[in-house]
Design a protein around this ligand. Sequence first.
Ligand code: FAD
Ligand code: SIN
Length: 509
Amino acid sequence: MTRESQHISTDFLVLGSGLAGLTFALHAAGHGQVTILTKAELFESNTSYAQGGIAAAIGESDSWKLHEEDTLTAGAGLCDPGAVRFLVQNAPDSIHWLATLGVRFDREEGATSLTDWALGREGGHSRNRIVHHADRTGWEVERAMNAAVRAHPNVKIFENAFATDLLQADGRCVGARAVLAEEREVDFLAAQTMLATGGAGRLYQHSTNPRIATGDGLALALRAGVPCSDLEFVQFHPTTLYHPQLRSFLITEAARGEGGTLRTHDGDRFMYDFDEQLELAPRDIVARAIDEEMRRRDTWCVYLDLTHLPRERIERHFPTIIEKLNSVGIQPHRHWIPIVPAQHYMCGGVITDLTAQTGMPGLLASGEVARTGVHGANRLASNSLLEAMVFAKAGAQAAVATKIERPTHFEEPQVRRCVPESDAIRLRRVLQKIMMERVGIVRRDAGMNSALMESEALLSDFAALPEAPYSQYSMEAHNLLTVAPHLIRAALARRENVGLHFNADLVQS
Ligand code: FAD
Ligand code: SIN
């Protein structure tokens, strides 16, 4: 690897090109030079895979107050009410902003107005309020946002640029170090840095998240001592495909919103035993119910039944899912879909305020890497794309309002070393299995204690391995190994069952 002696200077440095990073970039770009670093291609992000849509109270019988109530209920008493109100009140404007960028949301049949959007339903929502683009909302959002940032004269984009460290000077974040495509290590100095690196789904053996979700931003923040919290609240999506060729492919909750039901192999609609909202109960309840049924009946999966729904309706609403299912021989109008829960979303992260400021001056965070307080103990479906937009915009507005000179110097960060890829792969796989089995939907003290010891030992093993040439895979494994013990400690410290955190040892007998 070669090290560039010259640094690159910018006003705003953005790490990540999902909805949070690109929203920040577009709102800041009118006020200074924006530089985006993203570790794969611009399009690659959790955002691009979002299916169901974005929640906003824009329907006639809806109001931000109802959206607020539903968000607070899902969060199980641990949301920050101020952050929730800020989120839901800004939701309709965010949707209109996306539409002005060219995002084509589905419209009602026979709609006369351009903004007469079709509103879907998902678990925990008391109204239909999910705007969407069939079952590929994220793809459509990312398409329009990518075009907008690429066209902006003040935005410079570095693809395949992997951020390895935050740069600091006198306790302030002054940018980031990154390895670019040709294995050139470059320091980017910025007046303000936005951390928008997304989630850490790859901590788990089964996750809906794509390969980029390796908790890099969280690890960068933890290593720099930036305060993080709520890491124990890991959301499992109830319905991901159980199939050897397409494991963990998401089947959107909107399919249940359209009337899909959950059944055991003998046809029992088991949600009757768990919650009066049945299949549209909040995700934590549905995922736990499925987990319990699978354990009780000693089966590998349960089923999502769409066979009673009009075929034409399923095909119109879920074209991507139908295509995927057909590719493995499942025809949802005839067959029940085998499903299992899989890791989906991190509710916790870097603590931020309403303007995306973290505990470190000069560093902002937004999107899945951040803990804004809107999710509490459990995220309401389709609130996360919304959160990414609302807080990234507020962060950009605050950042441009604070006139900060571009920094010229930084303190040398600790050297990060790589280990042989084969070892990184091995350690990462062991970790993923530990997390899945012992820090998943149902946890126990003994399992979490052993998971903590073993994950710490894996981190020590990593440090003891021989040094190897630069490998992004090794860096990502190190990041996952860094995040895991923090998450497990948070789960052990939470002595109540609330929202997504369920410790079977805390159940009163
Ligand atoms: P991401 O979109 O994940 O973007 C992170 C970016 O950071 C990527 O570009 C990545 O390459 C980059 N990056 C990461 N590490 C580094 C590094 N070290 N250096 C440089 N760049 C880096 N939410 C909803 O609200 N509605 C939905 O319908 C919905 N459906 C979903 C379906 C699926 C299958 C998945 C996985 C998630 C879904 N979610 C949904 C959740 C939502 O998509 C994410 O929470 C949200 O997109 C996160 O946006 P983000 O900008 O924070 O991160
Ligand atoms: C889905 O489409 O079911 C995912 C929605 C979300 O994660 O908010």
